[in-house]
Design a protein. Sequence first.
Length: 412
Amino acid sequence: MRTRLASSSSFEATAQQRLFDLTPAHRELQNEARRFAQEVVAPRAAEIDESDRYPVDIVQKLAEEGFMGMVVPQAYGGSNASLLNTTLVTEEIAKASAVVARIVVDANTAVPGALIHYGTESQKQRYLPWIVAGDKPAIAITEPDAGSAASELETAAKREGDIYVLNGEKRWISGGGISRLYLVFARFEGRPGPNGIGGVLVESTNPGLKIDRVRKIMGLRGMPEADVLLQDCRVPPEAVLVPPGDGFSKLMRAYNRQRVGAAAIALGVAQTAFDHALRYVQQRKQFGRFIGEFQGLQWMLADMHAKLEAARLLVYRAASNAGHAFPDPVEAATAKLVTAEDAIEVTNAALQIHGAMGYSCELPLERMLRDVRMYAIGGGTTQILRNVIASRLLPKHFFKSAPRRPNGTQEK
Ligand SMILES: Cc1cc2nc3c(=O)[nH]c(=O)nc-3n(C[C@H](O)[C@H](O)[C@H](O)COP(=O)(O)OP(=O)(O)OC[C@H]3O[C@@H](n4cnc5c(N)ncnc54)[C@H](O)[C@@H]3O)c2cc1C
């Protein structure tokens, strides 16, 4: 197993060495994650996609390996990993399965980040160990009428005596039905605008939290995407993780970690698609020659390689600069924008290079293309990411006439 791994990834390992100055400890972690991904995750990837079942046993193994909640401080059971560490692990796991990598991202980015940086001691003590033990938290922002325009969300948090009562509808909640912990974005006391929004921690056992339906989706199968209803969902004031005021902008800062994680997933998937294509052109013959001898395909491979290198640099930079905290919003948006679009192109080109076999379900290329397509949509569409970037390029008055000022905090 190890020999096969070494030979299939040697090209990429050399490329990474030149690309970014990873320390020996980073490389060791990367190797551990690669070994786990190829030995434990890769053999199950097709089955998880086909069965569309959350891979509970693999999540348990992720936890045993220390990849769930690895960013959590040691005092709460984690290993205090940086965002770059978790990014390297995510990329390796995504090379085997995008959906398993998604679990790693959720267990290491937005929700744990918000808990670590904004949580009270008792919130940390209760929830961080859950994540480390394998409970992937869910983040509930999106609503029927608030997708990109996240700051228009309507889920209400109303104070009634000594409790808060939540009412609203959430859509597209990854892990809805399997997660024990939901970070719900809600509007407090009807206060308008982003300043009225805060974050509340709701447990799955709360009778006011209901799973309405799980949607059937194109890719990333194995992760339930649920509509979640909050119906007279009663929580104590201690459940408020981030109160309104500057709450929404604080939550979005934490959310930027998830963007870097998403970019790492897209990168890992596209790298594997590229690796497949590079091997295939050296095996498949047409017109009496290996198809890799045709310059048309050589140029495709060169473009794919260039896109992967550029994307990797952006992802590692955003993660590295974040350290243990939050990435710069524009660095995160740039990393996700470039990686999402390039990963779709690279994966599609890899499928094309395989001809009919690329289109068949006997090879994983079609699954990878279905999986990677999501990253131009979820967690900030590529249009919204462009808005975030533009907001730093131009002075504020350029956005006055726009329906919404794309300042990177009002949109998702
Ligand atoms: C698989 C999956 C998992 C998800 N997981 C979660 C989750 O766990 N939690 C959660 O809260 N949400 C989740 N989402 C929701 C996701 O974040 C939203 O789908 C995303 O933010 C876009 O919102 P929307 O789908 O409502 O599209 P819309 O906002 O309706 O956008 C429709 C189109 O209009 C474009 N558009 C909108 N506004 C602008 C603008 N100002 N300028 C230019 N173009 C614009 C968009 O780019 C898009 O092309 C998930 C989605 C998917 C598909």
